[in-house]
Design a binder for this molecule. Sequence first.
Ligand code: URA
Length: 436
Amino acid sequence: MRMYDLIMKKRNGEALTAEEIHYMIDGYTKGEIPDYQMSAFTMAVYFRGMNEEETYHLTMEMANSGELLDLSDIPGIKVDKHSTGGVGDKTSLAVMPLLASFGLKSAKMSGRGLGHTGGTVDKLESFTGFHTEISMDQFMDQVKNVGISIIGQTKDLAPADKKLYALRDVTATVENISLIASSIMSKKLAAGASVILLDVKTGSGAFMKTKEDSESLAREMVKIGKNAGRTMIAVISDMNQPLGNAVGNALEVKEAIATLNGEGPADFTKLVYEIVSEFLIKTGIADTKENAFSMIDEKIRNKEGLEKLAQFVKAQGGNAEEVYHPELLPKAEYVMEIRTEKEGYISRIQCEEIGICSMMLGGGREKKEDLIDPAVGIVLTKKVGNYVKNGDVLALMHYNSAEHIPPLNAVKRFLNAYEFSNEKPDELPLIHGIID
Ligand code: URA
């Protein structure tokens, strides 16, 4: 077999066989197929696409290119919730403790954030002492005993995807649904959970900007997971404005804690309930959505979710007191009210721009090696549909600065992200669909 022939086959719009995909991924992982041939192949896929079978084989080859996490020694149902990433998306911080309070086990491998969306690990590192450099033995023990553990993405997990994703990133070939689906699912399958929920974000702050693309991606991933014998659910959720009110690491942790105390913002609380209830129904813990919702209500009332978060933080070296006293979490030195000079209904918030503003304050990374400041970020006080008058506060900007003023380009960018109308806009749906 020759890589040249496989590139030509795909260039001509033909489908590759399972053997051909094995040859290609195996050779690429071992360094026998060079980047220039692989990038020609991904560009051919970008234009010609891959069918369902090819996408499945590509996923399985990448999942099997490294270590497969064996969670079989851990009693109970192993679950995994994955988000395609969004602004203010702190959902895992509230969902995982609630799932653990029902006895479900989350063994999570998670990366750091890059660009306008934050990573779960970065958010958790707002807790003093919290770290993800734990041994595989501790990781497994903690999943068994606490019900949640999180570790950074190891280089041994789906190494073919790691190499291929980095290549796609610099060759303009990320945006192909088969390639994205196989990339995400190869890591999910290798991480070993039997029930996987994908929160596929859609809108201006998401990777997938349209509902149609988000649905196609969700369907493709659900199909792959089911073919691999996993129980799959995909929730398509809105990312046309930040989720909840807080954007920025410690600020988002505080909002997740408030939600576990029953005091979270309505949209974020609703998404948490939807996701947890889907898990409860799929695992047979609840029979209807209504029952699932009242079971979650009870876990919030009796603080079991909050306690699970505290146990999890403590097990990974963090200060659990900060869960019960979030005012102890990192705080920025300055808070500035951002006021509008416009009047009308907020018709649109360019969501990605808000993520970029938080990054400009130091809350996110532009480059992989950038350090982040856990304390900074933005708390929105007005969202789409609210009516504002000249001088009203749109948000509170939390920042640290030697000059005592926030970066003015961030303030300008923030204000420009808001659009206004005289008519009250239609309410944005939070959930655009559920695919299972
Ligand atoms: N996230 C991934 O892990 N892979 C992609 O291809 C895109 C987003």
